[in-house]
Design a protein around this ligand. Structure first.
Ligand code: PEP
Ligand code: CO
Length: 447
C-alpha cells in the first residue's frame, strides 16, 4: 500500500466527508467560539504526550501494560470533587492490582477530562411525532427532549474545554500532593470496599505491595520516589473535529503538530473510514493515537489505517483497540494479528471488552454481562499468546460509583437489580466492585 504523503493541515479534514458532526445553525457564534478556543492555553503539553508515547512503546515491547478506563460519556454535572476522586481511586486501585499480578509497570490513561462527545446511530430522534437532533454529548447539546436543548450550541465547546481544565487541574493536584503514593493506598479505599466480598483479597495485595516497598527502602536506604507525580494520562474520542482542530498547535521546538486537548485521542469505530475526515485529521498529529477495531474491519482496511496513521512506523504511536464481542473475537482476531505481524508494524494491541458485548436485559435496559466482558478479555489474552503476539492493554467503561448498569460479578447483580442505580448517560459501565474484580481476575490469571 502506498504511503499517504499528501500535504496535511489541521483543517484538511474539512475537505473529506465528516461523519457524526453537529450542524450548528449560527455560523457567527461558532466562529467566535472557535477563535477563542484557539487562543486559550493548552490542557496538556507535548512533553507529557511524548512521555506517554515512550510508555506505550514499552508496552508494545511487553515491558509495560496499559489500563485505559472511565465513563462512556462524562457529563458537566459530574465535574465535582467526589466523582473525580472516586474515578481516580478506582483506576489507581485497578492499576495496583495489575502491577502486582503482571509484575510490570502499569500505564494509566483515563477516559476523562474531555470525554464529552458521543457518536449516535441516527442524526435525529423522533418522539410522539416530534423530530429533534439526537443528543451528542455535553460538548454539543443537552439531553432534554426540547428544541432549545437539542439544537447544537457552540458555547458548549468552551464549556467542555473549561470542564476538562477543571477536572485535570484537580487530578494533577491530587496526584502532586501524594494521593497516589503507593505507601498509602488506604487513601484510595472507597467507603464501601469494606463490605465487598473481594475486600480481603484486595487488602492482602495492597499490604504486600506496601511491605515490599518498605523492605526495598530499608535495604537500599533510599525512598522510592512515588510521591512525585505518578503518571496519569487523559484520553477521549476525537469525534467533534472542530473542537479538536481548535486545540491543535504546531510546536516550533518539535516541528510537529500536536492535539493539546488530551494525551491520547482515539478514533471510534463509526468514524474510522479510510477516506473519512477523522482519519485525515488524525494522520497529522504527533500524539499517540488509538483506533477502535470492529468486526467489519477486514485486512485491507486495517492495513490502510496502519499505513495512514503511522506511515513512519514510529514506536508508541499507534494503539489498536479491538472490540469484537465475546462470540466473535476468537475467529476475527487471529487473521488481523497475522497480518500485522507480517507487516512489521509497531502497534499496541488493546482489548475493549465492553463495546462488542452490549445487549438488552429482560427489563429493556441496555446492559453488559460481567461474564461476557471477562470472557472476551480472557480470549484476547489467549488468542494473542497463541498467535505469537501479546495483549498490551485493556480498555474499560467504568465508574467509581455504586451503579447498577452491568449484570453479574461477585454480587451476582441480575436484570431486575439494574433499576436500582442505572445512571449512565450512554453505555452501561462496570461499577466500582465489578471493576476491581475485573482487575483481580486479570492479575490472578496472568500469575
Ligand atoms: C466508546 O468507546 O464509547 C465507543 C462509542 O466505542 P466504539 O467506537 O468502539 O463503538
Ligand atoms: Co461507550
Amino acid at each position: 500500500m502506498s504511503k499517504n504523503k499528501t500535504p496535511w493541515q489541521a483543517d484538511s479534514w474539512q475537505t473529506k466527508p465528516a461523519l457524526q458532526q453537529p450542524a450548528y445553525p449560527d455560523a457567527t457564534a461558532l466562529d467566535t467560539v472557535l477563535g477563542r478556543l484557539k487562543t486559550l492555553p493548552p490542557l496538556v503539553t507535548s512533553w507529557e504526550i511524548e512521555a506517554l508515547k515512550t510508555q506505550i512503546a514499552a508496552a508494545q515491547r511487553g515491558e509495560a501494560f496499559v489500563l485505559q478506563g472511565g465513563d462512556c460519556a462524562e457529563t458537566f454535572a459530574d465535574c465535582n470533587s467526589a466523582t473525580i476522586t472516586r474515578k481516580l481511586k478506582i483506576l489507581l486501585q485497578m492499576s495496583v492490582l495489575m502491577l502486582h499480578g503482571l509484575k510490570t509497570p502499569v500505564v494509566r490513561i483515563g477516559r476523562i477530562a474531555g470525554q464529552y462527545a458521543k457518536p449516535r446511530s441516527a442524526d435525529t430522534e423522533t418522539i410522539k411525532g416530534i423530530e429533534l437532533p439526537s443528543f451528542r454529548g455535553d460538548l454539543v447539546n443537552s439531553p432534554e427532549f426540547t428544541q432549545a436543548a437539542r439544537i447544537p450550541n457552540p458555547k458548549l465547546m468552551l464549556s467542555g474545554y473549561q470542564h476538562s481544565a477543571l477536572t485535570l487541574n484537580f487530578i494533577r493536584s491530587l496526584i502532586d500532593s501524594g494521593f497516589a503514593d503507593l505507601h498509602h493506598p488506604e487513601n484510595w479505599d472507597l467507603d464501601w470496599v469494606q463490605h465487598s466480598p473481594m475486600a480481603d483479597g484486595y487488602h492482602a495485595i495492597v499490604s504486600d505491595i506496601a511491605s515490599s516497598l518498605d523492605f526495598f527502602e530499608t535495604i537500599s536506604g533510599h525512598p522510592i520516589s512515588t510521591t512525585r507525580r505518578v503518571d496519569f494520562y487523559t484520553s477521549h474520542e476525537g469525534l467533534q473535529l472542530l473542537y479538536e482542530e481548535a486545540q491543535t498547535r504546531f510546536l516550533p521546538h518539535r516541528q510537529r503538530w500536536y492535539n493539546l486537548s488530551a494525551h491520547m485521542p482515539w478514533i471510534g469505530v463509526r468514524t474510522a473510514g479510510l477516506d473519512g475526515a477523522h482519519v485525515e485529521y488524525f494522520r497529522g498529529i504527533a500524539n499517540p493515537v488509538g483506533v477502535k477495531i470492529g468486526p467489519e474491519m477486514a485486512g485491507d482496511w486495517l492495513a490502510g489505517l496502519i499505513d495512514t496513521l503511522n506511515p513512519d512506523n514510529e514506536p508508541g504511536k499507534l494503539t489498536l483497540i479491538h472490540r469484537f464481542g465475546a462470540d466473535r473475537i476468537g475467529e476475527q482476531l487471529p487473521p488481523l494479528i497475522e497480518q500485522v505481524k507480517q507487516s512489521g508494524a509497531h502497534v499496541l494491541w488493546m482489548c475493549d471488552p465492553m463495546h462488542g458485548n452490549t445487549e438488552t436485559a429482560s427489563n429493556g435496559r441496555k446492559t453488559r454481562r460481567f461474564d461476557r466482558i471477562l470472557g472476551e478479555l480472557e480470549t484476547a489474552f489467549d488468542v494473542h499468546k497463541a498467535n505469537g503476539s501479546h495483549l498490551g492493554g485493556v480498555h474499560f467503561e467504568l465508574t467509581g460509583d455504586d451503579v447498577t448498569e452491568c449484570t453479574g460479578g461477585a454480587r451476582g447483580l441480575n436484570d431486575e437489580g439494574l433499576d436500582r442505580a442505572y445512571l449512565t448517560q450512554v453505555d452501561p459501565r462496570l461499577n466500582y466492585e465489578q471493576a476491581l474484580e475485573m482487575a483481580m481476575r486479570i492479575a490472578s490469571r496472568v500469575q
